[in-house]
Design a protein around this ligand. Sequence first.
Ligand code: ARG
Length: 459
Amino acid sequence: EGNKLWGGRFTGAVDPLMEKFNASIHFDKRMWKADLQGSMAYVLALHKANLITAEEREDIYEGLLKVSHEWEAGTFEIKPGDEDVHTANERRLKELIGPVGGKLHTGRSRNDQVATDMRLWFVDKSRTLIKCITELVGVMIERAQVEIDQLMPGYTHLQRAQPIRWSHWLLSYAVMLQRDVDRLLEIRKRTSTLVLGSGALAGNPFNIDRELLKQELHMERISLNSLDAVSDRDFVAEFLFWASLLGVHLSRWAEDLILYTTKEFGFVTLSDAYSTGSSLMPQKKNSDSLELIRGRSGRLFGNCSGFMMTLKGIPSTYNKDLQEDKEAMFDTYDTVCSVLQIATGVLSTLKIHPDNMVKALSPDMLATDVAYYLVRKGLPFREAHGMAGLCVALAEKQNISVSQLSHKDFHSVSSLFEDDITKVWDYNTSVEQYTAAGGTSKSSVKYQIEQLKSWLESV
Ligand code: ARG
């Protein structure tokens, strides 16, 4: 009981089950560094406010450094009664430097402390997240560059639609991930708000220099209202939604690839390193890595919606419900990191099957090009679309592909068709029409690669 930060007014012991129920040390200990960083900044501010002497400042600072070294070395010992990381660090500090350690918490509450720790932790980890994403984008760009000449069917409604470059498909996901990084940077900006100096809820009565705290903790701004500061978990909710959306992007990417690995498509083969077999069917090679990437996206959204439910009914300022923010944030972070790393491994070891991709292209996918042929001869697109449709129907009736229709057949649909209609039956020519920015022509795909590359260098 002696360890309790709040034991003063209590006489009875806490139910051991309640003690366990209340504790967060087993998951919030991973914020130990952020917690000590916040305390180190706070010591400086306490001294500036004349609440401790220069000597006390040095003693406390040195003590905090020692605690930090213990965590780093793995020798920090969590003791019964260490309710959370804040309690544990302060307990250890006082063991190391004696009662003067008790001055550290002057005017501070675990309420502004924990909110500070979470923000520091997130800002720091966002760098790792960005690194994981840019690594994956790097592989996408690399493949897009090397395999730029590879064509494949593009789909809408999962029906063969128009020929595209495989690179174009690859880069479509790179662009989604680029937006994810931009979004994360915006969230990080908002998270970079100093909340330390808000006390339990009413503020800090000792004229603590919050500008100094802001600088020491490399924050961008100072919170405006202490009641809001101790309870604001918008940044956690934003991060959880951010991760859900990233999860959706990767889930769709995985779903595409799962389809492409099937015998029905046969476009790609996963490396053995990212597949598993069946305990019963010897021939099976399953895309478990991709299925788990798809599956984990559900869990990411679960963390987001679960925490939103936690937040919605909480009255003003700090309530213990807020302790629930941590497991959601940590689990989301861990999940996103592993999903991104596996995705990078999958993509960099994937084999494509050029022949199958090309075999899956069929002349009916050039029906749009037949219409464009007529447009180029002056016909309004709506009419051209109808004529091309008639050609497709004619071919279907004869049980042949549209490219096998005779000149006479074409002529029977429109006199605008001439001998050069045969030029339409070339998939390469088809993709090369799409030169406008964002299209699937080689020049446009190259431009996308350039843009993404210079963006990668800038983040
Ligand atoms: N472990 C707590 C949390 O994670 C720290 C804040 C506790 N504050 C309090 N007033 N009980 O939210």
